[in-house]
Design a protein around this ligand. Sequence first.
Ligand code: ADP
Ligand code: 5GP
Length: 190
Amino acid sequence: MAKGRIVIISGPSGSGKTTLYKMLLESPRLKGNLVKSISATTRSSREGEKHGREYLFISLKMFQHKINAGHFLESQKVFDNYYGTPKKVVKDLLAQGKHVLLCIDVKGAKVVQKIFPNAITVFIRTRSLSVLKRRLESRGQDDPDSRELRLKIARSELKEAKLYDFQIINDRLDVAYKQLEDFVANALVE
Ligand code: ADP
Ligand code: 5GP
């Protein structure tokens, strides 16, 4: 069986990564062969998020325990919380021939790329920081301090965009989605 590949999606908070990856997982062109790895996080769940679907929402103590147990492929502090990619789940899925989607920050992406140099990497961004600010406000899920921090970090994340295989400006959602689906589907058949 052909081995699966890693697909990494990064981009500033509010750029539309979650919206776009949820659409991508439904793509008939990928025939159910792309599976999202569920990260663990110490952040609280947002309204509508479900434990085990968007993330495993765990305590800081449990997170530290998992780090010590070597549970993570990579883990990072992003904004004020910790996030980590589960190692065994990812390796098992790849061994089964599934492609594994990671929606992770730019620091985590660098770590994963060293381990899996053939990972496919996509960076999602908005046309401008003011659009990003509006999207974070309209999502209505982060308090003003958290939004400020997310915008501040966005500036440094954007400097890393050029390291990705492909960049998408998420302006019109349908256009951005088509670009993402085309790029990933074509890259995975190579
Ligand atoms: P991220 O996962 O990158 O933090 P989200 O997917 O949560 O971003 O998107 C942030 C907000 O922007 C959400 O409210 C989402 O519905 C909205 N959004 C995403 N893409 C677009 C788009 N192309 N046009 C307008 N709003 C969008
Ligand atoms: P959010 O709190 O908005 O869901 O995510 C915040 C940031 O953490 C985003 O950039 C997201 O991609 C990143 N992130 C989510 N899971 C992981 C992970 O397992 N590892 C790393 N390094 N970053 C993650």
